[in-house]
Design a protein around this ligand. Sequence first.
Ligand code: TYM
Length: 332
Amino acid sequence: MKTILSGIKPSGSLTLGNYIGAIKQFVQLQQHMDDAIFYLFVADLHAITVEQKKSDLLTAIRQVAGMYLAAGLDPAKTVLFIQSEIPQHAELGYLLQCNTYMGELERMTQYKDKNRKQDTSLTSALFTYPALMAADILLYDADYVPVGDDQKQHLELARDIAIRMNHRYGDCFKVPEPIIPEVGARIMDLQNPGKKMSKSDESDKGYVSLFDDEATIIKKIKSAVTDSIGIVQFDPVHQPGVSNLLTIYATLTELSIQDICAKYESKGYKEFKEDLAHIVASTLKPLKARYDAITSSSELDRILDEGREIASAYAQKKLRKIKQKIGLGRKK
Ligand code: TYM
C-alpha cells in the first residue's frame, strides 16, 4: 500500500490555483490509485509563520478541511487532520532543523522572494519552514507528495534531508517522490500573469477564490489581462495571460489546449473569456454547495477526530524510532 501525503496552508482564501494545482489532483490520484492511503492535512503551523488574526485563522482552517471533502476526497481512504493537533510535526521539525544547513534554507526561492522585499516582519520560523514541511512528509513515510510547482524545491530539500539522515543514523525515512501535474502546476495571477496566483495577494482581482460568488468569478475572468495579438494560442512568453487562461480552461474541462485553440481559431478573446468564466463558475458552484453541506453538519469534526487518532498513532511511533536512532533520551 502506498502513502500519498499533502497539505495546504490555511492563510487567506483558497484559490483556483490551489484547486487546480493541488486539490483536484488529489481527487484524481485517489480515483486512480486503488491501493493507496491519503494523509491530507491543514498546515496551520505553517500559516502562523506570518502574523494571522485568530478569527481568520480559525475560519481558514475549517475552510481548507471542508474543501478537501467538498472536492470529492473519499473519507474512507483519507486520513484528514489538522497539523497542530499532532505535536510530533513540530518536534520532528526541530530534529530535522538540526540536520539542515543554513545555506540550504537560504537557497529556497520562496524565502528569498520574501526576503528581497526587505520586510522587517520576517520571522525565524519562515526561514526554517522547509524543515517543518520536510517533517510533515517524513513523519508518515510518504511515498508520493502531490504539489504544485512552487513546492518542488521544498520537496527536493525534504528528499535531501531524508537521504542525509538515513546515511548518518541508518534507515530513518522513506525518500518521497513529488507528483507535479503536467498542466496546471502553476496557475498565474489574472492581472499579472508574470507571477503565481496567490491567496496572500494584496489585490483580490488577480485570483479567483473558491468562495467567490458567481458574479465575482465572471467579472474576474472577463477582466483578466490578455494582449493585443488577438489570437487564442498557447505562447507563455508572448501571450502569458491567454496561455494561463488556456491552462485553466484545459484543466477544468479535460480538453487539450490544442483542441481549445482550434475551437476559438476564428473567434476573439471576448467569447473565449466569457465561455471560460462560465466554466469556472459552474465548476465552483457545486463545490461550494457541497462545502456548505459538509461544514454545517457534525460530519467534518467526526472525520477530523478520526484522522487525528490515526495520524497521531503513526506519528508517535515514528518519532520514538527517530529519537532512538539519533541517541536522544535513555533507551538504546
Ligand atoms: P500552499 O498552501 O501555499 O498551497 C497548497 C497547494 O496548492 C498549490 N498551489 C498552486 N498550484 C498551482 N498554481 C498556483 N497558483 C498555486 N498556488 C498554490 C501548492 O503548490 C500546494 O501544493 N508549504 C505548503 C503546504 C505544506 C505541504 C506540506 C505540502 C506544508 N507541509 C507537506 C505538501 C507536503 C504550502 O504553503 O502550500
